[in-house]
Design a binder for this molecule. Structure first.
Ligand code: CMP
Length: 138
């Protein structure tokens, strides 16, 4: 399996002051941060990043949410990074997320679910490249 994944700490978790707690849990779980920054996505950015969801009923809500404040995006390195990170964050809906997972601790709802994690090695590379230039990844 690939060694890198991409994550965003979403506006709800940034607003709530949970950036430090989430990054601490990520690094304590064996992920190495190889890229990190705070940005705010534009509507065009969010529409492009989430293009795969553009036919979904929640697309407008998703774009509105992801652009309402800053996010913290990161590229993470670990053996089996994509699958291990998805296990660490838990199910998309925090009501279904396992005890101790990041979403169980920090997410409010299926829409405002605190963190993103790539779902495949291919998407990890695409998503990291969307947010970071080569000179920002170490
Ligand atoms: P993520 O998996 O990071 O990327 C797609 C996002 O769409 C997902 O997180 C949720 O934030 C959002 N999403 C998925 N399902 C719903 C839903 N039923 N209602 C609102 N937002 C959703």
């Amino acid at each position: 399996a690939g060694k890198r994944t991409f994550t965003m700490i979403k506006p709800d978790a940034v607003e709530a002051g949970n950036v430090g707690g989430i990054l601490e849990q990520i690094t304590a779980s064996g992920f190495r941060i190889v890229a990190l920054k705070m940005t705010q996505m534009t509507t065009a950015d969010a529409e492009e990043f989430y293009a795969v969801h553009n036919e979904r009923p929640f697309f407008g809500e998703l774009v509105e949410f992801m652009t309402r404040g800053p996010i913290v995006s990161a590229v993470l390195e670990k053996d089996n990074a994509v699958d291990d990170f998805r296990a660490l964050i838990g199910a998309t809906n925090p009501e279904d997320a396992a005890e101790g997972t990041i979403r169980k601790k920090y997410a409010k709802s299926v829409g405002e679910n605190a963190v993103h994690g790539s779902d495949s090695d291919e998407n990890a590379q695409i998503e990291a490249g969307f947010h970071f230039s080569g000179r920002e990844m170490f």
